[in-house]
Structures are given as C-alpha cells and as structure tokens.
Design a protein around this ligand. Structure first.
Ligand code: GLU
Length: 301
C-alpha cells in the first residue's frame, strides 16, 4: 500500500496539468495548486499517507456527507420527502431543475439539496449549536478534536454566494425551507468551510465502510445508503465518469478534496486543489483511478 501511494504522489507531483483552483470563492482562489496529499485508513486500523496528507484544506462539499448523516439522524427518512435521491446530471450549483421539479432538489449532494439538508439539521437548534453538533460528529468519526471551521473562508463565500442565495430563496418560495434564508446560508457556508487534512478526512470516513472495529455512528443500513448516493451523485455531472473510472463511492468538494469509501476495506481521502471541468479535483480523480487499478478495489467486483 505504501508503495502504491508513493508512486501516486510522485506521479501527481510531476503532472504538468493540475487543473484550475475554484475562483468563485475568493479565499479558495488564493490556494497554491501545486499540492497533493492522500491517506488510506484501512479496516484493520492501519493508516498510510503520501504527499501533503497533513495539510488542512477546505472540505467544502465533502461536508455534505457528514451533514446528510446528521440530518438523517435528526429527521429520519422524512428527509426524503424534501429532497430526492436521483443524480442531477447538472452542475453542482445549477438552478434549472429546481423550477421544473417544484423546489424538491434532485439529491442532497447538489447545492440546492444540501441547503435543504442544512435547513433540516437546523430545525433542532440555533446555527452555533447545529454547527457544534456537526463538528462533534466529524471529530468523533475522525477520533481527532483538532478539526475547525475557517471563518474567513465562510465569510468569503457568504459575501459572494449569490447563486446559493438565489437557490435558497427559490426553495423558500416553494415552502421547502423551514428556517430563514440568511440563517440557512450562514450555516451552510460555515459547514463548507470546515478544514481537514487527508489523514483526518480518511479517518472520519471510516463510519461509511461497514467493517468490524470502525466507528458506528449510524446504522449499517444508513451508511450503505449514503455510500450509494456518493456513487450516483457524489461528483455532480461527473458522477458517471467517476464511477466508470474508479468504481468506488466518492464525494468531492471544490476545495479539491475527495472522500472515497471502499466498503469493508478502507476509507480514502485525496486532495489536490486544481479542478477538472466538472469542478472535481483533477489530480485527485486521476489518483483514485490509479489507486483502484493498483488495488483492484471496486464495488463492481
Ligand atoms: N461551498 C460551495 C458552494 O456552495 C461548495 C461547492 C462544492 O464543493 O462543490 O458553492
């Protein structure tokens, strides 16, 4: 495993094409694209790292996995009357389907769906407590208390997040938001601004890989279903491409992180800030494709 990761990190280091960092969030536009980290936390308790695996980065939409787990814990399956479970085939911040489908977002991993998820876990408490609950969940999953929100990144997104505000208002107009728009957006942007290293993220993802000794924060059924949604919807309109190339469930974020679950085997986190045309980490996707080839791991046998 260590040899695989060293080879993958070296390949990434030498790659001339690293993709474009996200520019629409001013704080993310400043990140050095020349970084790459990977961590594999295996079901037998070992942890393998290569590259910048201990550098914290903005997890952005990878947070939607943990937010969904928490919202399901609070609202149970009633959440599914407010958000669907189908791939959208459109960009992460696309607004078109919302009108066609009367304000019920296609899935919890596109932005519109994630706003509903955030709204749902906000029903239980004020934003500060709700975010505290989310951090508590992630820290418990990772077994690491040194995981925090970068408030500067959150403010930077809040100041420029016109599209997300538009979506939240549209959801509200369809009666699919219980809390007011500013509250939902403020919480959502802070949730996306959580920072973690690959090592922390791989450790936190272990609750998804149904294996003895892994943290059991949800029922096995629910974890499996979250992984199913990661497979079908975790990479926006690049989800089919990721499933084809990697064959494992993954969730990406515009900070360049990807969390991947190899059921029964390992939780994997990879990070490189440059993005491909779908807004998913370019080198991260290539690394996972190489990793799946080297290990032979795939949910398709
Ligand atoms: N905070 C980002 C947004 O809402 C997350 C998008 C992503 O990571 O895909 O635009």
């Amino acid at each position: 495993m260590q040899r695989f990761l060293d080879e993958i990190a070296e390949h990434a280091r030498l790659s001339p094409e690293k993709g474009q960092v996200a520019r629409y969030i001013p704080q993310l536009a400043k990140i050095d694209p020349d970084q790459f980290g990977i961590c594999v936390s295996t079901a037998d308790g070992a942890c393998y790292v290569a590259g910048d695996a201990d550098v914290p980065f903005s997890i952005q939409s990878v947070s939607k996995v943990f937010a969904l787990a928490m919202a399901l814990g609070h609202a149970g399956d009633s959440l599914w009357s407010r958000v669907g479970r189908e791939p959208s085939g459109s960009a992460f911040d696309s607004i078109v389907l919302l009108e066609r489908e009367q304000g019920v977002p296609r899935n919890p991993f596109i932005n519109a769906g994630a706003l509903v998820t955030t709204d749902s876990y906000l029903d239980m408490s004020a934003p500060k407590e709700a975010l505290g609950g989310l951090l508590h969940f992630i820290r418990a999953a990772a077994g690491d208390d040194d995981i925090h929100i970068n408030a500067t990144v959150a403010r930077s997104e809040l100041a420029t997040g016109h599209r997300n505000f538009a979506m939240a208002h549209y959801l509200a107009s369809c009666d699919n938001l219980n809390n007011d728009v500013d509250k939902v957006l403020g919480t959502y942007c802070h949730q996306c601004a959580i920072e973690m290293s690959c090592r922390q993220l791989a450790m936190a993802g272990r609750f998804l890989i149904d294996a003895p000794g892994m943290p059991r924060l949800l029922s096995a059924d629910r974890s499996r279903r979250i992984a199913a949604l990661m497979m079908t919807c975790g990479h926006y309109d690049g989800s089919g491409d990721f499933a084809f190339r990697v064959g494992l469930p993954g969730k990406s974020g515009v900070g360049g992180g990807i969390l991947v679950a190899a059921p029964g085997k390992a939780s994997i986190a990879v990070w490189s800030p440059g993005l491909n045309q779908y807004g998913n980490s370019k080198l991260g996707t290539e690394a996972m494709e190489a990793f799946a080839r080297m290990t032979g791991w795939s949910v398709f046998g």
